[in-house]
Design a protein around this ligand. Structure first.
Ligand code: SF4
Ligand code: SF4
Length: 155
């Protein structure tokens, strides 16, 4: 919500959650690797405190369970609105950082279990080969008004 008169605002101090270190591209079995990187994840006690703490109304508890059972696709969709505020972490009695577990799972889903859209590699190569360099140079020189007019014509 927008700031209002009389509102009291407090910044949450960063909570020292343990963040696992990994090189996502080189992981061979990301669903099994979850248990090496975040061994506390399966120790969830189902207390639901993380879900109640979440300002984004994510069912965090459910997400942790889905991660443990390997449903990475659902987790990546459930945590789309996570703002990494960390409020789910200090309340966890099992010392899980659900947001970091979900971040790992979402990265793994994108890197290992999601088909790349057709034509994406071809388009990336076109960009790398400079096919759009002239258009990009033109856009960078535009004023805000010229840019708005340009966008209106290409809708
Ligand atoms: S870090 Fe994400 S999942 Fe955790 S409380 Fe904040 S918004 Fe919710
Ligand atoms: S706060 Fe921790 S133990 Fe409780 S449901 Fe969430 S992840 Fe599980």
């Amino acid at each position: 919500m927008a700031v209002q008169d009389g509102m009291s605002i407090t910044m949450m101090p960063p909570f020292p959650a343990r963040k696992a270190t990994y090189d996502m591209q080189t992981l061979k079995d990301p669903k099994q690797d979850l248990f090496n990187l975040y061994p506390e994840a399966p120790l969830c006690r189902n207390c639901n405190a993380c879900t109640e703490a979440c300002p984004q109304k994510i069912d965090v508890r459910e997400g942790v369970w889905k991660a443990v059972f390997g449903d990475f696709k659902s987790v990546s969709e459930m945590f789309m609105d996570c703002v990494m505020c960390g409020m789910c972490t200090p309340v966890c009695i099992a010392d899980i950082a659900p947001n970091l577990v979900a971040l790992y799972v979402s990265r793994a889903q994108g890197a290992h279990f999601t088909e790349k859209p057709l034509g994406l590699d071809a388009r990336i190569k076109e960009i790398q080969d400079g096919r759009f360099d002239d258009e990009w140079a033109t856009i960078l020189k535009m004023t805000e008004k010229e840019l708005a007019d340009h966008c209106a014509t290409v809708k």
